[in-house]
Design a protein around this ligand. Structure first.
Ligand SMILES: Cc1cc2nc3c(=O)[nH]c(=O)nc-3n(C[C@H](O)[C@H](O)[C@H](O)COP(=O)(O)OP(=O)(O)OC[C@H]3O[C@@H](n4cnc5c(N)ncnc54)[C@H](O)[C@@H]3O)c2cc1C
Length: 392
């Protein structure tokens, strides 16, 4: 990575220091307690992490996606769960607002999210399947001089967020139907955030169901076109996928670094453990896979920045790198023997977080389905073309 600029290196080093000093010492406790301390959020805010990818005119630092991925990777070496949650707040949510929002909406939402004062969450998944939006039941319809939203969502991360970006089936005043993106505030009457779920990985991030019972929305709570906002912020989704993939690589690298130390210290049967087969082979294979995946990711990120990325580039990274890094984590955990199975060592959380990463932001198979759609039909999406229905 000798092509990094001085600014990119500086951000990476800042994140590495934060990860080592602030995150690593509490990362295992976050996993055990299923709770991220408020102080950590405050410290991340102080460093400007929430506003890293937000434009400067809206209170962020306007860093490029390479920097965002470097930071995400460093944080994930210590806590893949925390880093995964951060990409949603650092990339997906603010970029969605920047793409779809009016000037008033951007000024209302982004400076507060960049400073960490009011965190954002993104909600799409429903019981009928996260990406199966044609079957989603949450609906926005005209109501008097405004609108109302009714329904429920699943698996929403960042239950402590103040402002929620909610994707939902929509109907405009002319009776046309589509899938929009809506702003719901934590305090809105009829909006309920249920207690978070106990989960395999990404523990410490509050993920759970939310529901809307006749929640009132005004015109300025609609982000973008009411009929298409829910699927017309692809650049935000793609950028977020790449940052998310950076956390998969950081996850495997963090566990690899710990495992290399462990293997070099441990003696078995009177010799260095690293001399046992297949330990040395697995180490070399893991190192090679991480290095290859990192090259693929940053190559894709640079193409994304240059506007030359293939339509399915982010999906390839998400599916291929996510699964490869999980496989790497499984082998690395195995090298720890019983210590890898004990939660107290903080080893197996990497493997669990790596698995969660293969489902969050879309299951690997769904991303392969998108890649197939692009190859076979020239359409890098699962969104049914019929989702927008004219009233006439
Ligand atoms: C830790 C975590 C955090 C999350 N945070 C959020 C959040 O903040 N906001 C939010 O909206 N959602 C969130 N999700 C939900 C996540 O996006 C979905 O779980 C994911 O997209 C899979 O959707 P599903 O659970 O509905 O599985 P389903 O759609 O029911 O899919 C089940 C399985 O079927 C296969 N499959 C699915 N689709 C296809 C396809 N098209 N082609 C081939 N095979 C397929 C896959 O193997 C998949 O695992 C989160 C999930 C996790 C695990």
């Amino acid at each position: 990575m000798d092509w990094l600029t001085d600014d990119q290196r500086a951000l990476r080093d800042m994140a590495a220091t934060f990860a080592r000093k602030e995150l690593e010492p509490i990362a295992n406790q976050i996993d055990i307690d299923e709770h991220t301390p408020d102080e950590l959020v405050a410290k991340a805010a102080e460093l400007g992490l929430y506003g890293l990818y937000t434009s400067q005119e809206y209170g962020g630092s306007g860093a490029d996606l390479v920097s965002v991925c470097l930071v995400s990777e460093e944080l994930a070496k210590a806590s893949p769960a925390y880093a995964g949650m951060l990409t949603v707040q650092m990339v997906l949510c603010p970029k969605t607002v920047e793409i779809l929002g009016t000037e008033e909406q951007k000024q209302r939402i982004l400076p507060k999210s960049a400073s960490g004062e009011r965190l954002l969450a993104y909600s799409q998944s429903e019981p009928a399947g996260a990406a199966n939006i044609g079957s989603h039941l949450t609906k926005v319809a005209p109501d008097g001089n405004g609108y109302r939203i009714d329904g429920s969502k699943l698996f929403c991360t960042q239950g402590t967020a103040g402002t929620w970006l909610v994707m939902a089936k929509s109907r405009d005043r002319q009776g046309n139907e589509g899938y929009g993106c809506f702003i719901v505030e934590r305090e809105d009457e009829g909006f309920e955030i249920a207690p978070h779920e106990n989960k395999l990985g990404w523990r410490g991030t509050n993920t759970g169901p939310i529901s809307f019972n006749n929640v009132r929305l005004e015109d300025d709570d609609i982000l973008g076109d009411i009929l298409t906002g829910g699927f017309s912020h692809r650049a935000a989704n793609q950028a977020n996928l790449l940052a998310h993939v950076a956390t998969s690589i950081g996850c495997a690298q963090g566990l690899f670094d710990k495992t290399l130390d462990y293997v070099q210290q441990r003696r078995l049967y009177g010799k260095d453990m690293a001399e046992l087969q297949p330990v040395g082979y697995w180490l070399a294979e893991s190192h090679a896979k991480i290095a290859a995946c990192r090259s693929l990711l940053y190559d894709t990120v640079r193409q994304f920045e240059a506007g030359t990325v293939a339509p399915e580039g982010g999906n390839i990274c998400k599916a291929y790198i996510g699964e490869t890094m999980f496989d790497v984590c499984v082998k690395l955990v195995q090298m720890w023997g019983g210590s890898g199975i004990m939660n107290s060592t903080g080893v197996n959380r990497y493997m669990r977080d790596a698995r969660a990463k293969c489902v969050a932001e879309g299951a690997s198979e769904m991303h392969y389905a998108i890649i197939a759609n692009q190859l076979l039909h020239g359409q890098p999406t699962l969104v049914p073309k019929t989702i927008v229905k004219s009233a006439t």
